[in-house]
Design a protein around this ligand. Structure first.
Ligand code: M6R
Length: 587
């Protein structure tokens, strides 16, 4: 979603702002803009499309030492230059990430007070409200504090006020924002990668905190304007963790990091085939709710099968955007697990908060250190995936599947299963296969079906999502047994049907369903860990058979790589698919 970068210091600001915005590109955006201060005046530049369009328009060498930049992912109002940020009303210039839910009533109030607005955005009214409140408060910090008290929804704001052109102000609620410092100045950013070219030390702003950055200092206040002491975090990974390192796309690079993320995640929680202290004991819980969005929801479904089969604890899996609005039947014996790569997904964060408000214990399974979900949950277990840049999650899914399998083992006491994680060889085999040949048989189709049963069905859901989001092919996953109850009417001559068959106890049943679609002239692609020789499939991807507890980790990789190759053949923008954002910080 939108990205914010700010810089104030001794160096020229624009190269730093553009650099930071480029490092946040992965978040997804459709326009970019910035404002800077020169000769005591505020200048604004905006362009739709890629950051390079903005870069081409500005003079990077501009004599300015402070500015705020923004990448916009449209929510209110079409993608257009006028709707792009920064927005300026009166003395106030702002960039905004999030959604101001009560913007209509604020806008009406301000219009009555004589304000007029140029854009269709919810963001512009924040600049208007700041200007309006400032006329009464006559103090910048008090004005910001009063203004955020009147906003509902989510926001991270970078702010410049004409009456103090030696400072950048910022605040956040529900959308992330960090502050960093190098030897020549201070930075503001939506996420850590934006500052990694300059420093790996950063401060996380908490909800409703306000920061004032000057070229040689920063001060953080709470909403009552009491100064706060902040912890300094260090980013553990290396800068090149967020670089392509010779790969054509981040998605491909990240899939190829699977072996490392499995090892790193395993080694963080296990030593000499015993759990370390890093893995707490959750045995007191009699039932578990798992909540997430998109792939995080699907990996939660894999965990359901593993925890129920090995630990015999009932697990209910829910989509966060539903869970937050419904009656949930939980009590003191329930553990609510929130899964999120980014740790900032608005719906997942809201689901977490709801469970907490109801007095239920929560566990976050998160990748991004210090993210909101990680900080707010009762327990947090980190996956060790490192920065994930491609919008389509791959290595984080693999790391989540690893950690959740470990959790199932912990809950079941079956520590003898820990030895089953020795799957390097098997991962090498699935990573090195030729998926392009198979992708060629699919990429021209408009509809692709995935079928499987139990855990194989969940892998179908994930494979189908990967295909949809990266290649824009319409694809549906459904439980193989459900075919006859309606969906089979869609099967036609040559329709690609991908059958995932790895769960031994149920393979025979799925094969019968594949035979049914083959009889209706579907093009059947079998993904299996069994030695199946038959005439019901057109192509076959044979993957190594490993223990059930780790089989999903191995099985998902061919589905990810197939989606990648199909997207490549279709010449899609693989790492930044249209309309999508990496971190979905709005509802
Ligand atoms: O950061 P999160 O794990 O909370 O994100 C959840 C989903 O938005 C995410 O998994 C999404 O479905 C991916 N684009 C799928 O590849």
């Amino acid at each position: 979603m939108c990205g914010i970068v700010g810089y104030i210091g001794e160096d020229k600001a624009l190269p730093r702002i553009i650099n930071g915005l480029k490092l946040l590109e992965y978040r997804g955006y459709d326009s970019a803009g910035l404002s800077f201060v020169k000769d005591n005046k505020v200048f604004i530049e905006k362009e739709i499309g890629r950051i390079k369009n903005l870069e081409e328009k500005i003079n990077l060498d501009e004599n300015t030492n402070m500015g705020i930049g923004h990448t916009r992912w449209a929510t209110h109002g079409e993608v257009s230059k006028v709707n792009s940020h920064p927005h300026r009303v009166g003395k106030w210039t702002i960039v905004h990430n999030g959604i101001v839910e009560n913007y209509v009533s604020i806008k009406e109030k301000l219009i009555k007070e004589g304000y007029s607005f140029q854009t269709e955005t919810d963001s512009e009214i924040v600049a208007g409200l700041l200007d309006y409140n400032y006329k009464k408060e006559k103090d910048i910090l008090k004005t910001i504090s009063k203004t955020i008290g009147e906003l509902t929804g989510s926001y991270a704001l970078g702010i410049i006020c004409d009456d103090d052109l030696n400072s950048i102000y910022a605040t956040r609620c529900g959308s992330p924002l960090i502050v960093a410092k190098d030897k020549n100045g201070y930075y503001l950013a939506s996420d850590v990668p934006a500052i990694l070219d300059w420093t790996n030390k950063y401060v996380l702003l908490d909800e409703d905190e306000i920061v004032k950055l000057t070229k040689d200092n920063y001060e953080v206040y709470n909403k009552d304007l009491v100064k706060q002491k902040k912890d300094i975090y260090t980013f553990e990974g290396s800068r090149n963790a967020a670089e392509l390192n010779g790969y054509e796309h981040y998605m491909l690079k990240e899939i190829h990091e699977s072996k490392k993320v499995v090892q790193d995640t395993f080694n963080y929680y296990v030593e000499k085939n015993s759990f370390k202290k890093t893995m707490p004991d959750f045995k007191k819980y009699k039932n578990i709710h798992i909540v997430g969005c998109g792939s995080a929801y699907y990996v939660g479904y894999i965990a359901k099968y593993l925890i129920e089969e090995y630990a015999h604890i009932p697990v209910y899996v829910e989509v966060a955007s539903e869970y937050r609005y419904k009656d949930n039947f939980y009590d003191k014996e329930t553990l609510v697990i929130i899964i999120s790569q980014s740790g900032e997904t608005a719906d997942s964060l809201a689901a977490l908060r709801k469970a907490k408000e109801d007095g239920i214990d929560t566990l976050a399974i998160v990748n991004v250190v210090g993210s909101s979900i990680a900080r707010e949950a009762l327990w947090t277990l980190y996956i060790k995936a490192g920065p994930e840049i491609a919008v389509a999650t791959t290595k984080a899914f693999v790391a989540q599947a690893t950690l959740l399998a470990l959790l199932a083992i912990k809950l079941s006491n079956k520590t003898e299963l820990l030895k089953e994680f020795d799957i390097d060889k098997e991962l090498d085999i699935v990573l090195e296969k030729d998926y392009k040949r198979i992708a060629k048989t699919i990429y021209k189709h408009d509809n692709v079906f995935f079928i499987g049963r139990l855990v194989d069905y969940v892998l179908c859901l994930e494979g189908s999502l990967k295909l949809k989001e990266t290649s824009y092919i319409n694809s549906i996953a459904f439980q193989a047994g459900e075919l006859k109850h309606g969906t089979i009417s869609l099967i036609d001559e040559g329709t690609p049907v991908i059958g995932v068959c790895t769960k031994e106890s149920i393979i025979g049943k799925t094969i019968s369903n594949l035979k049914e679609v083959k009889a209706r002239h579907a093009y059947v692609l079998l993904v299996t860990n069994e030695d199946i020789e038959d005439d019901f499939y057109n192509q076959k991807i044979v993957i190594p058979k490993v223990h059930d507890i780790v089989q999903p980790i191995v099985t998902v990789i061919p589905l990810q790589l197939l989606a990648y190759e199909v997207a490549k053949l279709r010449k899609c923008d693989i790492d930044k698919p249209r309309n999508l954002a990496k971190s979905v910080t709005v509802e």
